[in-house]
Unconditional design. Structure first.
Length: 160
């Protein structure tokens, strides 16, 4: 009985450490020498229309990709922060990338939480893999020049 309890406690501790690593994702500074070129991709929106990164960048000063899923409670919790970030950056294009789910699940989440962005579908998780998304939620900001200027588990608070 004691062994089972110890194993359970050890497993819970391991999960807590793994969760904290996801939550503590680093933020990239705009001037970071670690900035990288954003990979080009094409997706479909909730209406089945194709859209690619190049066209998104041509319409705005920067592109914000918020990776989320309907089962992710932190994804719902961060919506007020995303709205605040969107309000302070009106010339940025905001896109929610639904990871690994069907369109019907994504639409249900959008209706329930009034998710404010154009939805892009990543059912096969190819975009997530391109962007090295290792936990949800994740926000990636891409500058007009196509460089990733921010990557984090929450929206940036001090990005200009």
């Amino acid at each position: 009985m004691k062994k089972k309890l110890l194993v359970l406690i050890a497993a819970a501790g391991t999960l807590l450490v793994a969760a904290s690593m996801t939550i503590a994702s680093p933020q990239l500074d705009v001037k970071s020498k670690d900035a990288e070129k954003a990979p080009e991709f094409t997706s479909v929106d909730a209406n089945g229309k194709k859209i690619d990164l190049t066209s998104m960048l041509s319409k705005s000063d920067a592109v914000v990709l918020n990776f989320w899923a309907s089962w992710c409670t932190a994804c719902a919790d961060e919506i007020p922060e995303l709205l605040e970030f969107q309000k302070s950056h009106p010339k940025y294009g905001f896109y929610g990338v639904n990871v690994g789910e069907s369109l019907s699940k994504a639409k249900k989440f959008v209706r329930r939480f009034s998710y404010p962005y154009e939805i892009l579908m990543d059912e096969d998780e190819k975009i997530s893999k391109l962007y090295k998304i290792d936990g949800l939620p994740q926000t990636v900001v891409i500058g007009k020049d196509g460089q990733i200027v921010f990557r984090g588990s929450r929206p940036p608070t001090d990005l200009k």
